[in-house]
Design a protein around this ligand. Sequence first.
Ligand code: 5GP
Ligand code: MN
Length: 332
Amino acid sequence: MTPDVRGGGSVPGRDWDRAVGLVSSADEVALACHISPDADALGSMLALGMALRARGKRVTASFGERRFRVPRLLRFLPGQELLVEPGAYPPSPELMMTFDVPIADRLGVLAANAGKARELVVVDHHASNTGFGTLNLVDPGAAATAVLVEELLDRLGLPVDRDVATCLYAGLVTDTGSFRHSSTTPEAHAMAARLLATGLDPEEMARELWDRSPFGYLRVLGAALDRVELDRSTGQGLVWTFVTRADRAAYGLPYDELEGIIDVVRRTDEADVAVVLKEDDDGAWQVSTRSKGGVDVSRVCAALGGGGHAKAAGFTSHLPVEQTMASFRALL
Ligand code: 5GP
Ligand code: MN
């Protein structure tokens, strides 16, 4: 028997009721997730989008990047026909909803649309969420934003079919680190059981999410590991490396193929904190950070203009690698 335990516990009932009222009475809903979407952001958005479309609503979904491109790893997610480029997004939606977005900045160019929305419903699980919506469904105790979306679907009386479940499962399984992180609660497993019961294919999903890449990835990973450093001067132990545009260019490897490198680097026993700096196509450095718990990396990243969770956070830097690392070390 699947225990009847659900997420969204810290969201007051009246807020859920308001959300149900707003969504039920809308004919058109504009959905947005954070830029550089991960599986939880995109999956949560597409899951709700598909369910609302099936209910007969007009749905637009997007994320605010001018160079609009769904990461290769997430192209298997169903519902992508709902996606529009930010230029085609409603400029002032009656009802806009955001997913996995802790701060309006992370909406990229769609922050302007959010600013002009009549109602803005924020669905998120970041403890750092600023509450920038007219209604905020935020539960830092939820393992993923997908947990809150499942709850909302249930309250709306919308069925979770296999496609919707695939999108929700993508968020749940990635944000719990394949049910390894501390967010792996009985609730998380109970949700997985409900989703699996729809017939989704977890093996195929795992292959798409983690177990495949172009050959060039191996070479680029090799270059990153070749220059990895272990720095014990900071007390916690810091392991870090970087990947340049040139590393990727040599193998025609897109930026979004680099996501898994941090998971190799962070396994280092001698380090509590792991950092991978990744140069994007514009020459900016996207910095991924992880902690085993001794340091709250979201605070360090926030001080550098980014954010995230205590054990997984990030920021963008326009400075050279050594300078960025000097600032990061100083904050540790
Ligand atoms: P990743 O290293 O996987 O790109 O990001 C880990 C987590 O850090 C994400 O789930 C997100 O919450 C946060 N994050 C990453 N980059 C940024 C950033 O530039 N700004 C903010 N606010 N959060 C970020
Ligand atoms: Mn998330």
